[in-house]
Design a protein around this ligand. Sequence first.
Ligand SMILES: Nc1ncnc2c1ncn2[C@@H]1O[C@H](COP(=O)(O)OP(=O)(O)OP(=O)(O)O)[C@@H](O)[C@H]1O
Length: 243
Amino acid sequence: MNVASESFAVDVRDLQVRRGTHRALVDVNVKVGRGSITGLLGPSGCGKTTLMRSIVGTQIVESGSVTVLGKPAGSADLRRRVGYVTQAPSVYLDLSVTENVSYFAALYGRRGSAVADTIAAVGLTDHARNAASALSGGQLGRLSLACSLVGDPELLVLDEPTVGLDPVLRAELWEHFRTLAARGTTLLVSSHVMDEADHCDELVLLRDGRLIAQLTPGELRDRTGEPSLENAFLRLIRTSTGA
Ligand SMILES: Nc1ncnc2c1ncn2[C@@H]1O[C@H](COP(=O)(O)OP(=O)(O)OP(=O)(O)O)[C@@H](O)[C@H]1O
């Protein structure tokens, strides 16, 4: 593995992915710095989940390379170092919140206060003894996130983690993501709404499977002259398609 790939948490080069007959990703190049929060943004169907699946190693790719923490995506060595939370919560419904998080903590060899701290970080302390089957959809999503967070992975890939959350919980989760990044965790967070983009260090903007730009929120504003990130993204899309 070359040195350039080692210095990034994620290094995607010339990636092409087909899903069925559809070209889901076309010539995508993305680099994600360690200890940063990168927002993966774009309209529904633009390829966000496909890019995340390629990074965690669950997507068959047609060509190009995806290097994660210095190893090819999907390497056995990365299993404990990369956390992936999908849009579909994956928890044990017959176990309580604490039992679910404890199970994943044990898998990853985490001890002490990690379980209670993680449950608090996702705002589920009041439900700690409840069975997962008794949680609401938003609470289930947060439990799924906690099960991944408790392993303290070096790279966390989160598919729309704040969907369906109220503004207070959303703000608290972003604060938690910032704390994790300050400790050196790399976060890749997808969203199809731009109002969360300001929480990110860098933005990866996709449309129709193509990378439109990778830049900071400030650079996006400067490049387009639009103070609102929503408008800035729309302007960039229109410029890139000549619309
Ligand atoms: N199993 C599949 N077979 C064929 N095409 C697929 C499959 N899954 C996704 N696609 C197509 O690949 C493209 C990219 O899908 P992807 O799920 O990566 O988009 P997304 O940006 O994550 O969308 P969303 O924001 O709605 O979750 C879409 O056009 C989608 O229709």
